[in-house]
Design a protein around this ligand. Structure first.
Ligand SMILES: [Zn+2]
Length: 405
């Protein structure tokens, strides 16, 4: 992979970092990638080479590129850290291991500055809201670690796929998300920076996005906005470490996210130790504005921040109801019905941990939906066993085939 023609441009009242990315081994067409902000925030755009390298390294690795060559100087600490990121991804997903490591070919900067200041990636969901609330409650406002900017990204969960490019529905969904985030920013005296990027188009498949790419892609936006400061918070998910001690692997993870840091931009996986989603929601009791403006949904209908019926919406409504907070939200409404609950399924280990917590609370108050939640948990465990068996059989078949060749 070659990253070249890195440039800063001003057009249509936007300031944009652009680069052309050319694949060498993978059979994808070259394309132009960008990070773009409103002109008034143009001075916050920072390290384009670090940003494009950070955003491209994992797609290059996954698609078998032998190297990533970049025309401009990059931070030596970032290069070192990215090799560690690849180490973890290869350790977690053996199917991507390779004998010859991917090379990073770049000139290295010999100096660097740090700008004191902090920003929080803010989607409007429970974890981001909890991070903002906790930051305000625990760090004096004048301290450089106090969040002074919220960053909302257009091009990840909203408008992140090539097919959604300039789709009016995703443009509208983003405007609604921006409205909700602005409510939080205004309340907490922070600037809201909206950054638009197409870096996800390097590989916009859904599953691998979450399992591999998401932390590196968010961190790429931090490098693009390094004028915000030297500390960027990525909210941890409020899921606990299972009794096995095996914390589920994911593209944003306590051991992974700091591997996307440079000298000037530190990426912090924030508040992993607050590992109960119910307690996180409960902590928002003292932050009513954040409760009112929650946006958790990936597929909201027209003019609404949440669809109310997808798994994330249903789960968050359940949590709000159990904590007696459902009437404090303007965006997630009404108690969940049996029919709504039965229409959604647990799809991940992190989701399982959250439903197990919900189940325990429902059990303690003899909630009418407790049996339905139990069934949901059991169904997911059966699915996991089936999937593990399938994976084991596939690996055994591949092994036998390799011997027979
Ligand atoms: Zn939804």
């Amino acid at each position: 992979m070659i990253i070249r023609k890195i440039e800063r441009v001003t057009e249509n009242r936007k300031r944009t970092l652009k680069a052309t990315i050319v694949w060498e081994q993978a059979s994808f067409n070259p394309d132009t990638y960008y990070f773009s902000v409103d002109e008034k925030y143009g001075e916050l755009l920072g390290n384009p080479a670090d940003a494009f390298l950070c955003g491209a390294i994992l797609p290059a690795f996954i698609h078998g590129e032998e190297r990533v060559k970049i025309d401009e100087e990059v931070c030596p600490q970032l290069v070192d850290n990215l090799h560690e990121a690849i180490y973890w991804i290869a350790a977690w997903y053996p199917e991507y291991r390779r004998e010859i490591p991917i090379q990073i070919e770049a000139s290295l900067k010999s100096s660097a500055d740090r700008i004191p200041g902090s920003a929080l990636f803010y989607s409007g969901g429970v974890d981001a809201a909890f991070s903002l609330a906790h930051n305000r409650d625990s760090i004096p406002i004048d301290h450089p670690a106090s969040v002074s900017r919220l960053i909302l990204i257009h091009g990840f969960d909203i408008g992140g796929k090539r097919v959604e490019k300039e789709n009016p529905a995703s443009e509208e969904a983003f405007l609604i998300a921006k409205e909700q985030a602005m409510i939080a920013a205004d309340e907490y005296g922070a600037d809201l920076i909206t950054l638009t990027t197409n870096i996800r188009h390097l590989d916009d498949r859904s599953g691998i996005w979450g399992h591999v790419y998401v932390g590196g892609a968010i961190s790429a936006c931090a490098h693009a906005l390094s004028g915000c400061g030297d500390l960027f918070y990525i909210s941890a998910e409020g899921a606990n470490v299972p009794a096995s001690g095996h914390f589920p692997h994911f593209g944003t993870h306590p051991v992974l996210d700091h591997c996307f840091s440079s000298y000037a931009v530190n990426i912090k996986h924030y508040l992993a130790n607050y590992d109960s989603r119910l307690k996180r929601v409960s902590a928002l009791k003292g932050h009513k504005v954040l409760l009112k403006s929650l946006r958790v949904c990936f597929n909201p209908p027209k003019e609404m921040p949440n669809c109310q019926k997808c798994e994330k919406c249903v789960r968050t409504r359940l949590q709000l109801e159990l904590l007696g907070l459902i009437n404090d939200s303007n965006t997630l409404k009404k108690c969940v019905t049996e029919q709504e609950l039965s229409a959604v399924a647990i799809t991940s280990d992190v989701g399982l941990a959250m439903y197990e917590e919900i189940y325990q609370m429902m059990l303690s108050i003899n909630h009418p939906l407790v049996r339905s939640v139990k069934t949901k948990i059991e169904n997911y465990k059966v699915y996991k066993k089936w999937k593990a068996g399938k994976t084991w059989k596939r690996r055994a078949a591949a092994f036998i085939n390799s011997i027979l060749k």
